[in-house]
Design a protein around this ligand. Structure first.
Ligand code: 5GP
Ligand code: ZN
Length: 121
């Protein structure tokens, strides 16, 4: 597959080399539950292609980016989030991105969510 980084955790999850609780996958994207959820429902949507973050994207990624966001509401509903959810993308060092493979966080639950920003370490 193009853009696979064998040293990247999320590339390896996408390839099925590392187990994850997947909620969706197709030829372009994979979605799976976060191993350390920050909300009652917390899953990640990633491209199969190894893209470090939004700085790594260009006009050629518009369809892929559209897909990552476009499927979020459908997957959120399937996970029981029919009263709102939050999308978070931690992009780069200042946002304390931990895994350098682009991912969209989808968070929700029965109660109103607290502030989105990561607390100081
Ligand atoms: P970031 O801080 O890069 O935006 O978020 C990375 C997310 O990946 C974190 O919420 C973290 O809990 C999650 N994560 C890290 N390692 C794994 C893993 O091995 N499996 C799963 N399912 N999630 C992971
Ligand atoms: Zn990767």
């Amino acid at each position: 597959m193009s853009g696979h980084d064998p040293d990247c955790l999320f590339c390896r999850i996408a390839a099925g080399e590392i187990p994850a609780n997947k909620v969706y996958e197709d030829d372009d994207i994979v979605a799976f539950h976060d191993i350390n959820p920050g909300a009652p429902v917390h899953f990640l949507i990633i491209p199969r292609e190894h893209v470090r973050n939004l700085y790594d994207t260009d006009d050629g990624h518009q369809a892929l980016l559209g897909k990552l966001f476009g499927i979020s509401s459908r997957l959120a509903r399937e996970q029981g989030l029919d009263d709102g959810f939050r999308i978070v993308v931690n992009n780069g060092r200042i946002a304390r991105q931990e895994v350098y493979h682009l991912h969209v966080h989808v968070l929700g639950g029965p109660e109103p969510l607290r502030a989105a920003a990561k607390p100081a370490p």
